[in-house]
Design a protein around this ligand. Structure first.
Ligand code: ADP
Length: 625
């Protein structure tokens, strides 16, 4: 691509993506940007006040030494330093407070996108991969928003530092070497000034260009950096993870870590990639970049001192001019360096927008599902087939069935027969590849998605609870009806355990957020998840293996109370344990993505060669006397 080398983007593209990110940041955290800029301007300009006072004091000491004048200068210098640091402190606190939220806001950009993204897109391994690359780049090198914030800081600081410096240095260019200095008057020759200004712009640029080459090396090694960071975080943090502690001990996984910690050729180790770069090209470029700038500053010192020595200005001004010139010089260098940073960072910002711009292709209907008081809903699958994106085989094939509100439906079948996929289609996490699903005779795509989701309570196989209180987990909200929370927990079989808890439903799950938090077993978690589904009070309850983690007694208890748990709601109940399906009105038997049998338990058992009878007999033999 034109203007694009080694994955770097063209200048125009880099500016466009950087401006887009800045607009986004101004939108999500304007306070952070404003406070940061105010603090940086203050910090860039105020050093000149100290430089100016120092110059005046030295001039006075080297000249008339008037005690009253000296006292006034010193008092003013101290007073201004105090005011500067006080205001600087206040600005710093304001900026810290505003910026402490930016980490959360940056993360929320992605969380919000994930929540709004079509599930099919979110579930796509490529999407997940893109997100993990973005996050790993951010964590390993600050690439993306964080780098842009650093560049913004540098830019504002350099602009104001240059402006302040120019204001203090103008008199340097206008002061003349007196006639008595004889041939030294050559120092006033405009050639010197032109050379000085040219060098002040050119040399820092050269130094920064070398520095930017270093930045480019780091940007181009982001993939290596990421990999190494992953290894590092895995071994550093997994070692402390108590859920992995058993396996770590049993199989001495730490020995595997040793392999990496003793390997000197690892990315960050003494024989690794970065060490080699530092000893080789990158190190050399860094040295050259510093040497060039130092040598130039030596010449500046020489020129300023010579002009002072020949009488163009007093000794006090030396401090002022050297300070201002060196600040301007380093700001000049910064401009090019910032430009380099922006160019290096642009591909990472582009990648971030690739994610944030992922389109939602699922059709969004607008029909209301009207939460009917009569609860009269009818669902129909009409010749539905489904293939996961990127998969060759169909996960579901020609599914046709109808069920009415209040029906209790069991779904059984071997692993991989399509049971969970059936639930996912019903909740419209995916749309059918062929055929249609109807709610009260209307294609579910035509309903408002949020409203459609609201009519389902689901306990997924891999449900998640969160480190909040039990009540907050059940209600999925901060405000809730505590009596209803307790009632749902009771119905889900968590009543006895709840009664043992000192803080009842206000008990926190895990100690992540509260010292008195409790750890619960898989079975107890499953009961809380069932209670959460009941609290939602939706007309459809979908339970995917709801008793998989329960012990046989708890399981029997859930079955016994199944009707009181789901009440008059429509329930779809996936289970591996066929004994649990006996009390359902209808059993659907899935095999290789198709419904191969349906009916009540006794009838299905009659079909001796049917899948149901085979599954039943396979399980029953272990329970036979
Ligand atoms: P069950 O719930 O009966 O165990 P699933 O509905 O989970 O079966 O899976 C049905 C088929 O779809 C299986 O072949 C499975 O490998 C495949 N499958 C499930 N989830 C995905 C996915 N996210 N991407 C691709 N294939 C999948």
């Amino acid at each position: 691509m034109k203007g694009q080398k080694n994955g770097q983007m063209s200048a125009k593209e880099s500016v466009a993506v950087t401006m887009r990110t800045l607009r986004l940041l101004c939108h999500i955290y304007p306070g952070a940007i404003i406070s940061r800029i105010a603090q940086i301007i203050w910090n860039a300009l105020t050093p000149y006040v100290g430089i100016w006072f120092s110059a005046r004091i030295i001039s006075e000491l080297a000249g008339e030494r008037n005690p009253a004048e000296l006292r006034n200068l010193v008092l003013l210098a101290l007073f201004s330093a105090a005011v500067i640091s006080l205001i600087g402190g206040l600005l710093g606190r304001w900026s810290d407070a505003e910026n402490s939220r930016t980490w959360f806001a940056d993360n929320y950009l992605f969380v919000d996108k994930n929540l709004r993204m079509d599930f099919v897109q979110l579930d796509n391994p490529e999407t997940q991969n893109l997100l993990s690359v973005i996050q790993a780049n951010r964590n390993s090198g600050g690439w993306g928003i964080q780098r842009l914030m650093w560049s913004l800081d540098n830019l504002v600081s350099s602009v104001f530092s240059t402006l302040g410096g120019v204001a203090l240095v103008i008199s340097f260019f206008t002061s003349r070497v007196p006639e008595r200095a004889g041939s030294w008057r050559v120092l006033d020759n405009p050639v010197f000034l032109v050379l000085l200004v040219a060098a002040m712009i050119g040399i820092p640029c050269l130094s920064s260009a070398l520095g930017n080459k270093v930045g480019k090396y780091y940007a181009s090694s982001a993939a290596n950096h990421r990999l190494s960071n992953n290894l590092f975080s895995w071994f550093s943090f997994k070692g402390h993870d108590r859920t992995a502690a058993g396996d770590m001990r049993m199989y001495r996984i730490d020995k595997l870590c040793m392999k990496y910690s003793t390997d000197k050729t690892g990315l960050f180790d003494s024989q690794g990639y970065f060490a080699k770069l530092a000893r080789g090209k990158v190190g050399l470029l860094n040295i050259m970049s510093n040497v060039v700038i130092r040598m130039f500053m030596m010449l500046v010192y020489l020129y300023v001192c010579l002009k002072a020595w020949t009488g163009a200005f007093g000794v006090g001004e030396i401090t002022q001019y050297i300070g201002a010139l060196s600040n301007i010089t380093s700001s000049m260098g910064n401009f090019l360096r910032i430009w380099g940073d922006i160019r290096n960072n642009a591909p990472f910002l582009k990648q971030m927008f690739e994610y944030l711009d992922l389109p939602n292709d699922m059709y969004q209907g607008s029909l209301t599902t009207e939460k009917r008081t009569d609860g009269d809903y009818e669902v129909e699958f009409r010749n539905v087939s489904f293939r996961y994106p990127g998969a060759d085989a169909y996960a579901l094939r020609n599914i046709s069935l109808k069920f009415r509100v209040g029906e209790h439906l069991a779904v059984v079948g071997c692993n991989g027969s399509g049971k969970t996929t059936f639930i996912k289609l019903l909740c419209r996490l995916y749309d059918p590849t062929e055929g249609e699903i109807l709610l009260n005779g209307i294609d579910i795509r035509k309903y408002d998605y949020q409203q459609y989701m609201a009519i389902f309570s689901v306990v997924f196989q891999d449900f998640k609870l969160f480190p909040y209180t039990i009540a907050q987990n059940v209600a999925a909200a901060g405000q809730y009806d505590i009596e209803r929370v307790k009632d749902c927990l009771q119905k889900a079989g968590f009543g006895e355990r709840l009664a043992e808890m000192k803080e009842g439903a206000d008990t926190y799950l895990t100690r992540q957020r509260n010292d008195n938090g409790v750890d619960i077993s898989g079975g107890e978690a499953q009961k809380i998840a069932i209670a959460r589904a009941l609290y939602k009070d939706a007309p459809f309850v979908l339970l995917d293996e709801p008793t998989a983690a329960l012990d046989p007694l708890a399981e029997a208890e859930v079955y016994a109370r199944f009707h009181s748990i789901v009440g008059g709601r429509t329930a779809v109940y996936i289970s591996h344990r066929l004994s649990s399906c006996r009390f359902c009105d209808k059993i659907l038997v899935f095999s290789e993505g198709r419904i191969v049998q349906q009916g009540a338990h006794d009838g299905l058992l009659q079909e001796e060669n049917g899948v149901y009878a085979k599954l039943w007999n396979a399980q029953a033999q272990y329970y036979a006397e």
